[in-house]
Ligand binder design. Structure first.
Ligand SMILES: Cc1cc2nc3c(=O)[nH]c(=O)nc-3n(C[C@H](O)[C@H](O)[C@H](O)COP(=O)(O)OP(=O)(O)OC[C@H]3O[C@@H](n4cnc5c(N)ncnc54)[C@H](O)[C@@H]3O)c2cc1C
Length: 441
């Protein structure tokens, strides 16, 4: 069952058999809800700070079942709120410190995976963003000019009018998350799978298999937070879908101009993202699947034939030199969107409840920063990380239905309209300018 979740689950060297569930009531220092990268990185850095801590991870399915095992494998310095948005909200210095922390996080993931022997195809190759029209080229120049003005991101213009951002590594997400879980178990973290958390409060997590009594609760459920009472309106699950192709010969990759370690996108509004996998396939994804009434999450929402067909068409148009492509895998999953598209890491000393998330599509590296930050907050260390502007940030709640349904689907539709408008008018989209602030642009 888990093998079919994605290309990554299909190719991870791991039998994916669920670990034992929670055996009944127990006590621990820290209980972590959710076996994705937020939860696992938090456990990793907590142990670095205090190796005597007893930590349990409670996962409804298996480690890496959620977005952490299924994503596009861009370990990037991207943060869902732009530098300009961070500056407006927190001031220039805080915005630049956040950017530097994100860039350093890409290297930290590379450093730890190498040090711990987690073979996850991590290769720092940067991101190529193609600019396929005059409007997109204008957007590329504006992005480079903005980066130069802030002076932190080393984004450059390419000869073809697009951009290159060196701060991104390609990796195999399921190898990372499953490998990290094994490292944690070797260090004494107890991971219980097939254990659904039903409710949590200060010092207590109630699951389908018993209750964990603990000093600290870490809520690390990202998009799935929408299915829990306390976090239902704090996050909106938005689906991103992906395809993978058969491996292509090296000569084709040479012709296309994408080296190992490189990721790619373009300057359209409705995001697409891709990578050259270690075994020479395209793994390519995009937004555009609808939001589902009541923030529901169902296995069938991972698959939309119309979106898969659209992704294949777009990929073939981006790279005509690759010829007609054979798609071998199709999948998707929910990412977590906060109302203001601003991720956050928080810890309430009174209740002992910590949480991090709201990464939208930029969580693969940001979860690592979250883990380090929560570990510092929980152990009471005042560090550069605990002073970052996303610490303690509180996004507004999402509206109740039907407003949430209308707003979320209108946002996606507006980005689609903006792309069509730019294709037709050859001018920057008015729809994007109006709707952009609602969708984090
Ligand atoms: C298709 C796709 C492509 C993406 N591409 C990229 C990318 O290229 N780069 C990037 O930076 N980000 C990307 N993202 C986003 C990124 O994957 C996420 O932001 C990140 O993995 C979030 O990690 P997490 O641990 O917070 O959440 P998750 O990995 O979603 O983990 C949450 C876990 O909680 C478990 N859970 C849920 N409910 C319960 C419960 N009641 N009890 C116990 N456990 C529960 C779930 O089973 C899940 O394992 C992508 C996301 C998707 C879906």
């Amino acid at each position: 069952m888990y093998r079919n979740l994605s290309f990554w689950h299909d190719t991870v060297p791991d039998d994916l058999t669920p670990r034992d569930p929670l055996p009944g009531d127990l006590e621990a220092d820290v209980a972590i809800i959710g076996g994705g990268l937020t939860g696992l990185w938090t456990a990793y850095y907590l142990l670095k700070r205090d190796p005597t801590l007893s930590i349990v991870v409670l996962e409804k399915q298996i480690v890496g079942f959620g977005a952490s095992g299924r994503n596009g494998g861009w370990c990037s310095a991207l943060f869902p709120a732009s530098t300009a948005a961070l500056e407006r909200r927190h001031g220039l210095d805080a915005a630049l410190t956040m950017r530097r922390a994100m860039i350093a996080t890409v290297d930290e993931v590379g450093r730890v995976t190498a040090a711990e022997g987690i073979d996850c195809d991590f290769e720092l190759g940067g991101t190529i963003a193609y600019a396929r029209t005059a409007v997109q080229q204008r957007a590329a120049r504006a992005e480079v000019a903005e980066a130069a003005r802030y002076g932190v991101d080393a984004i450059e213009l390419r000869a073809d009018g697009g951009t290159f951002d060196p701060a991104c590594a390609r990796l195999h997400p399921a190898k990372l998350v499953r490998g990290l879980a094994r490292v944690l178990e070797a260090k004494g973290v107890r991971i219980f799978e097939a254990t659904e958390v039903l409710d949590f409060a200060a010092q207590s997590v109630r699951t389908s298999r018993g209750t964990v009594t603990c000093e600290t609760v870490v809520v690390a459920t990202e998009g799935y937070g929408a299915t829990m009472r306390q976090t239902h309106r704090r996050v909106l699950p938005l689906y991103s879908l992906m395809i993978a192709t058969e491996p292509l010969p090296d000569a084709v990759w040479h012709e296309i101009g994408i080296a190992h370690g490189q990721t790619f996108t373009d300057f359209r509004h409705l995001l697409v993202y891709g990578q050259r996998t270690a075994d020479n396939r395209f793994a390519f994804g995009g937004r555009g699947a609808g939001y589902h009434w009541g923030s529901r999450i169902q296995p069938e929402f991972d698959r939309s034939p119309a979106v898969f067909a659209h992704l294949q068409r777009e990929l073939e148009q981006l790279f005509p030199a690759a010829g007609p492509l054979t798609v071998t895998h199709r999948w998707g999953g929910p990412l977590g969107v906060p109302r203001d598209w601003h991720a956050a890491a928080s810890y309430d000393r009174e209740t002992g409840i910590a949480t991090a998330g709201g990464y939208v599509g930029d969580g693969l590296s940001t979860t690592n920063l979250a883990g380090r930050t929560l570990a510092d907050l929980i152990t009471g260390a005042a560090t550069d990380l605990t002073a970052l502007p996303w610490v303690g940030h509180r996004s507004p709640s999402w509206e109740p239905e039907p407003l949430r349904f209308v707003g979320a689907n209108l946002g996606t539709l507006a980005m689609r309209v903006a792309d069509a408008e730019e294709r037709l008018t050859k001018r920057p989209s008015v729809a994007a300018r109006i709707m952009g602030p609602l969708t984090g642009h």
